[in-house]
Write a protein that binds this ligand. Structure first.
Ligand SMILES: Cc1cc2nc3c(=O)[nH]c(=O)nc-3n(C[C@H](O)[C@H](O)[C@H](O)COP(=O)(O)OP(=O)(O)OC[C@H]3O[C@@H](n4cnc5c(N)ncnc54)[C@H](O)[C@@H]3O)c2cc1C
Length: 396
């Protein structure tokens, strides 16, 4: 069997490696960019989530826990930086205590090890410069170098006889009785099956496959500031707010990265292009498609207040500083320096709801990963096992 994979992000590469490793099939990964992990995989917080937040029984809950174990082992085998710096979810007011308690219950239900509930004094033993009324501590939440994982997965794929074809944008595809014909860059390729892990490009490739489906990818930019100089020393690990359960995003947090930087962010603003990394990136075709989707309009109608707040916040450093100072009051404006962000591919249904769980859809010989937002980098090796294990992916 000969299988094509669209997307050399961490999910596509993990799927390719799993297919080559466990099924011995010939795999070809196609990506439009000139390096692997060019989009979400290379522009995220770098946190190996422990599985705290996710609805018990969901794919996210299951594959995040499995993914952590697989990723830890993979990083150890390949000497890829991985560090269990630990995470605090901090309630800064008494009103947030019930939300915090739910997080602790959910974490335990999901099998997250060594979860502890801390009071105001105990949380300062973990993060001496952090304030709050209470916190949940997850000591095994880690940070890792996801782009390095993606690069290593690409090497594995090639060592197992597969190919990773960069600068090969998929421009057209046609399903035939015996396979899928793909136009990628200047080449025409034929596969028995195609698996689409195209992140922000999912809808474009889905349309080519005649499988537009019932959800659309809406791009939500996440912007960050980095802490400058010695202010980095105010944060040991990961400091998160109690998330708003109405949204899949976790709220602006402080994140120590594997390269020693400490980030403040990300917020969540709707981008004006699928790959809209800044307000200047506007793509009218993308924008028309995004706005034509009924789900976008319903989402905007429900959440316009939050949307306006996020847009105003995006324009002002002060809003990031306020969010960070809520947990680390010693920070000042001079400590925050703007840095690059990322764009999340978030699937939105026709009714305006944001899909919470990972979503995979098999359409004839084409399998589409429709929704792989955070914690999909953490879960990538487990998502790969899950996809390869779906009977319909290889036999339909
Ligand atoms: C701001 C931010 C913070 C995040 N923080 C975390 C975190 O801390 N922990 C965590 O686990 N997850 C986090 N995530 C989520 C995580 O980054 C993603 O879930 C994960 O990287 C998804 O991987 P992917 O391979 O599906 O997508 P991507 O990495 O986006 O890869 C998709 C690939 O498809 C390619 N492609 C698209 N269209 C085409 C086409 N037509 N032809 C050829 N190639 C194509 C693209 O070039 C791209 O390389 C975060 C995401 C963002 C944006």
């Amino acid at each position: 069997m000969n299988i094509g994979i669209v997307g050399a992000g961490i999910v596509g590469l993990a799927v390719a490696r799993e297919l080559a490793r466990t099924r011995g099939v010939k795999v070809t990964v196609l990506d439009k960019e000139d390096h692997v992990g060019a989009h979400q995989t290379g522009h995220n917080s770098g946190v190996v989530h422990a599985g705290i937040y996710y609805q018990p029984g969901s794919l996210k809950a299951k594959l995040c826990r499995e993914g952590v174990a697989l990723l830890r082992q993979y990083c150890a085998e390949h000497r890829i930086p991985y560090d269990e710096v630990g995470k605090l979810v901090v309630a800064s007011t008494a009103a947030e205590r019930p939300g915090l308690r739910k997080i602790a219950e959910r974490a335990r239900e999901n099998g997250v090890p060594d979860i502890a509930e801390l009071d105001a004094l105990a949380l300062r033993e973990v993060e001496p410069h952090t304030v709050g009324v209470a916190a949940v501590h997850s000591p095994h939440t880690a940070i890792a170098d996801f782009p390095a994982v993606a690069r290593r997965l690409a090497v594995d794929v090639e060592e197992m006889g597969g190919s990773v074809l960069l600068s090969h944008p998929v421009r057209a595809l046609r399903e035939t009785a015996s396979g899928v014909n793909v136009q990628a860059g200047e080449r025409r390729l034929s596969f028995d099956r195609l698996i689409v892990c195209a992140g922000l490009g999912t809808d474009t490739v889905a349309r080519m496959a005649g499988a537009a489906g019932d959800v659309r990818i809406i791009p939500f930019r996440g912007e960050y500031y980095a802490l400058a100089g010695t202010s980095k020393d105010l944060v040991r690990g990961l400091i998160y707010p109690v998330p708003d359960p109405r949204y899949p995003f976790l709220g602006v947090h402080l994140t120590r990265r594997i390269d020693g930087e400490v980030l403040v962010g990300p917020n969540a603003v709707m981008a004006l292009a699928l790959e809209g990394y800044s307000w200047g990136d506007i793509n009218l075709t993308d924008l028309r498609r995004i706005l034509a989707w009924g789900g976008t309009r319903r989402l905007a109608a429900k959440h316009w207040r939050t949307g306006v707040r996020e847009v105003l916040g995006s324009m002002s450093k002060r809003s990031f500083l306020t969010a960070a100072r809520r947990y680390v009051p010693a920070l000042t404006g001079a400590d925050l320096v703007r840095t690059t962000g990322g764009v999340r591919a978030q699937a939105v249904a026709r009714d305006g709801s944001m899909l919470d769980d990972f979503a995979i859809d098999v359409h004839g010989r084409v399998t589409l990963v429709r929704n792989a937002p955070s914690p999909a980098a953490t879960s990538s090796l487990a998502i790969a096992r899950h996809i390869v294990g779906l009977a319909s992916v290889l036999t339909s």
